[in-house]
Design a protein. Sequence first.
Length: 531
Amino acid sequence: MDGSCIFLGLSPITFILVGIVLVLCYLYSTWTFSTFKKMGIPGPPPTPLFGNMLQIRKGMHTKEQEWIQKYGKVFGTYEGRRPVINFADPEICKQITVKHFSSFVNRRPVPLRGKPMDSNLTVLRGDQWKEVRNTLTPSFTAAKMKLMAPLINQCANDLVENMETHCKEEKTVKCKDLYGAFGMDSIASAGFGLDVSSQSQPGHPFVENAKEALKFTLLSPVMIIVFFLPFLVPIMNYFNMSLYPSKVVKYFSCVIEDAIAMRKTTKDINNQRIDFLQLMVNAHEVYDQHMANKDKEIDEDEGENKVDFVKDGPSSQIKLHKGFTEDEILAQSLMFFFAGYETTSSLMSFVSYNLATNPEAQERLQREIDDVISNSDDLGYNTIASMKYLDMVVMETLRMYPSSIRFNRQCNEDVNINGISIPKGMLVAVSIYSIHHDSDIYPDPEKFIPERFSKEEKEKRHPYAWIPFGAGPRNCIGMRFALMEAKIGLVRVLQKFTFEPCAETQIPPELGKMGLLTPLDGIKLGVKRRK
Ligand code: HEM
């Protein structure tokens, strides 16, 4: 021994260096933890490195309720080291999403995106978001929904046939699977003119890939880096790493690229389908023209670019836009699949569960369906819209089980909301679930009471007390489509069948703990043919 202290084979210098690195890591991970103390906002104490992330592992929705009980409807939490102000108040929701929209245009920055997902609507920011949103909005008008309704009805034929098989064989229906396949067929057909037939081929690669994309876990290596080691993100971006599995993105990219190529060859406007893809392809042609004109202008005006981009707010009329690049079309298409699949199938599953466990409500809805449909020979958009009780059932189900537990915005300038000074860059989250389960707004919030959504009852409440699709100009663009699809599917099934609880039905259903609020066992029910 030469006298130097050797411990675990480390020299004293290495030992000191490791110590310094650990202290620096500790300081780095806790540096921000005084933010809320300084702002006078209460909240649960954070843990070094993790912030409050470990506390939500038993379920974000239940933990949030506990925090609200303890700290009130405005409280601060830390995602890793990043501070987030949480709000569970309808008025503050309105202030953030509507009144002060220009200060809260963007969602949280998503550090790891990869091509082509980095240009999808959900993650775009500022003027880029406005342009893409304005281009997409005409695809979701009531007039477009009317044109898409027959395509969804076609997909509902397979759904009814599937129910029939389950009924005949007296098999338990796993709602999530049946509705998931129906949802996949609907968006593929009405959105992109693709015949996926996933209902007759449950193992279809299209469905398998969609499911794979939605396997979200906070404990995946990618998520751990994003939350806890964000300084490594630029390196991962350099390698084009994404939150979405590359195999899945590749699969959908091929499917959609083929569909785009087909559309571009269909020049005859009368033969063109009216769907999301066609509207985007048309916008792409605007892009091509824009690029051609731009070259001309550069020649003629020595570089002056004369094309105006949409500059005013997103609620304004649709105006000239630069059109879509092919990557942008791909990104929006993939996002529609991802955003619509899990959410809509969960909604339909929870409605079926609520009806099975509340037989009077199911009978009342079936009476309404029989009355309306016997007066109408097609199940179009207007027929569906005329079913008032159906609307109440769907709204109450979305209140109880909103697919997104919360939504977020990032503040882009210093702003004061209800006396709270929010600094530029701060993340804010609005808790949909907690507002929907606030017993001051909805007494007995765990009970299924569709009558809460009669016209008179709705008028008594704050307009932002029901926000399953978010709020303001950056709300869910697919809301009309999702509601139409879910209602057509449910009406077609309830015309012929009645749901009932069976031995395998979980009452109440156990809910997923991370990401979207989904039924863990997929909602298993008995189904019988109506007399
Ligand atoms: C029951 C079904 C659905 C629910 C509950 C739902 C819910 C939501 C919520 C809460 C948001 C965030 C809104 C905000 O930040 O204010 C959102 C955004 C979005 N949703 Fe949906 N969604 C559903 C179905 C769909 C469907 C079918 C599509 C596509 C066809 C879709 C596409 C999108 C997109 C693209 C955004 C981002 C909008 C933007 O940033 O401008 N969603 N959705």
